[in-house]
Structures are given as C-alpha cells and as structure tokens.
Design a protein around this ligand. Structure first.
Ligand SMILES: NC(=O)c1ccc[n+]([C@@H]2O[C@H](COP(=O)([O-])OP(=O)(O)OC[C@H]3O[C@@H](n4cnc5c(N)ncnc54)[C@H](OP(=O)(O)O)[C@@H]3O)[C@@H](O)[C@H]2O)c1
Length: 297
C-alpha cells in the first residue's frame, strides 16, 4: 500500500531555451507538453526520456523521490528536451488539481497525459479490508478519471491520453485482486473516454504489461502467496521478461502520429503470456512439443 503523501513543495524549473535544429529535421515531439504520472522511476522514467529525446517538454510527476525526478528532468534537458518535476500524490484529489494547476501556470496547455503511477495492497480476496479497496481505487482509478478531466481542459488543440494497465486486469493470480480489478476498471474507462473525447480530437488508449523488469518486480514476487517468479517466466512464450523499454515503446506509439486513427484500444506487451494456455509447450512431450522450425523446400 502506498505510504502517506510526502508533501514535497511543488518544484518548478525555469525553462531553458530549446535547442534550435537548423538544417536538421524537426524533432518528433518539439512543442509537445507531456505529463507522465510516476515518472521518477521505471516505465514512466523511460518514457519521459524517450519523449525528451524527441524534443518534448515533460512534466515528471513523483510521490516521494524528488531527487530521482530532478535527475530525470536534468537528463531530459541533456537529450534536447525540457521539463519540470512536480511532487503530487495522485491518491489525493487536491494534489491532482495542484499538479494540473502547475502545468497550466507553466505552459498553459497539454498534449499528452500518461496515467502510469500505481500502487495497491497485494492480498488474497478474503484478506482484503475495506480500506485496502478504498485506497486501491483512490490510487489507481480515481486519478485516471480526475486527471483526464483536467487534461481535457488543457488539450485545446487535441491530444493523447494513455493509461498503463497490467495482465491482472484479464487473468486471476494470487494477491493481485485489488489491483487487477481496478486496472480492469481503468480499461473500461478508456473505452468510455475514447468515445466521449473523440469530438475534442483526443485519443484515449491503454498499454497493458505482463511481467516487466522494474523496481516493483523486486518486491512483488516476494509477497507471501505469490508464485515463484521462475514459474511465471517459464510460461512466457518469448522466453524473457519484458523491459521498461518494451512498455515505453508501445506507449510512445500511442502518443505518436502513427496511431492517429486508434482510440479506445489496449496494446498488450507481455511476450505472449496472456494468450498462452495449458498445455504449455515446455511442459508437453512429443508429439505436442515444439517441432523443428519448418523450412522451405
Ligand atoms: N513492473 C511490472 O511488472 C508492471 C507490469 C505491468 C504493468 N505495470 C504498470 O506500469 C506502471 C508503472 O509501473 P513501474 O513498475 O514502472 O513502477 P515503479 O518502477 O515501481 O515506479 C513507480 C512510479 O510511480 C510513482 N508513484 C507511486 N505511487 C504514487 C502516487 N501515489 N502518486 C504519484 N506517484 C506515485 C513513483 O514515485 P516515487 O519514485 O516518488 O515513489 C514512481 O515514479 C504501473 O501502472 C504498473 O501497474 C508494471
């Protein structure tokens, strides 16, 4: 479960002049303003740096790691982008309003909103208390909806909204009920928002991750009742965990011009994990086991 909010004062950085790109093609995201919640680490950080490398201005939201968020902004600048770090606990509606107020005050507009920050209690359904459910909703669903409402007000030239989900929205596994069910709610909101916001020129989509190597993986598979990580890795058809880069690439696609006609959809980034079913190839004997690769005559 998330701890209490660390009330870091909101921090802004004076904008520095953007690099000029005389004679070179205009960077992909020049003039784009992107808010990524939970961008001090993991998937959010990687995405922020990808966008910054394309010239974007990134708003790096974090909950407690101000130093890491500042480093992301500094790195973004060294890559040719710009940005600022804003501490806000998305569990608190007032913090969400303050987060968007700082974007409105600094830039007056927004192009991309990526709802990435997440936290929850990891327990069996029978052990979930009322406060676990309340906080999981408040951290995972409510910030997406309240954040999207604020984002729409700042996306006067259209925009993109992407929410990050996970395979627990579709599949049941031990300890993940609270987060998985609220991720499913987020995915449902994606579809409602996509229809409602289409008239504003705003696309709304989601990226769902399987087993992705990040800080959260370090503790998740140690939680009591969780399956050993190797037993999950063994089921991934592609034979490896996903990386934060794999996730950020899919999100970046949904923010790019290349996905202009896609809205209300999910991209699943899991190496085939959620489409594989028993009997798994590695558990089966001949003749069902992996055949030699066919070759052309
Ligand atoms: N890793 C996986 O295996 C995996 C798989 C599928 C989906 N996902 C999804 O991917 C997203 C990112 O996960 P990750 O693994 O990259 O996370 P992570 O490495 O654990 O980083 C979490 C980020 O969220 C921030 N954060 C946490 N609670 C917050 C709050 N209440 N308010 C504001 N910021 C908050 C953290 O800020 P501080 O640094 O200040 O704490 C940090 O920047 C999540 O939606 C997660 O459910 C992850």
């Amino acid at each position: 479960m998330t701890g209490s909010a660390d009330r870091q004062p909101e921090r802004t950085h004076p904008g520095k002049p953007k690099r000029t790109h005389q004679g070179k093609p205009k960077p992909t995201y020049q003039d784009k303003i992107a808010l990524i919640t939970g961008a001090s680490r993991g998937i959010g950080r990687t995405l922020a740096l990808k966008l910054a490398a394309g010239g974007a201005t990134i708003v790096v939201n974090y909950r407690k790691n101000a130093d890491l968020a500042d480093k992301v902004v500094a790195e973004a600048r060294s890559l040719g982008g710009d940005g600022l770090a804003v501490g806000a606990d998305v569990e608190n509606p007032e913090d969400i309003v303050r987060l968007f107020d700082s974007i409105a005050g600094e830039y007056g507009r927004l192009d991309f909103f990526v709802n990435n920050a997440a936290a929850s209690a990891f327990k069996k359904v029978l052990d979930l208390k009322s406060h676990h459910l309340d906080r999981s909703y408040a951290t995972n669903v409510r910030p997406f909806v309240l954040g999207a409402q604020e984002a729409v007000k700042l996306m006067d030239a259209g925009g993109r909204i992407v929410a990050v989900s996970s395979y627990g929205s579709m599949r049941a596994f031990a300890t993940y009920a609270a987060l998985g069910s609220y991720k499913a709610t987020v995915e449902s909101f994606i579809r409602f928002m996509a229809v409602e916001f289409a008239g504003y020129g705003i696309n709304v989509n989601g990226v769902s991750g399987g087993l992705i190597e990040s800080d959260s993986l370090d503790y998740f598979y140690d939680i009591e009742g969780m399956a050993p990580i190797q037993s999950v890795l063994d089921k991934i058809p592609m034979g490896r965990p996903g990386t934060v880069d794999d996730m950020a690439n899919a999100i970046e696609f949904l923010l790019s011009d290349k996905s202009a006609y896609i809205t209300g959809q999910m991209i699943v980034v899991d190496g085939g994990l959620t489409v594989a079913a028993p009997p798994y190839y590695h558990e089966t004997a001949a003749p069902v086991s992996l055949p030699p690769r066919p070759i052309r005559d």
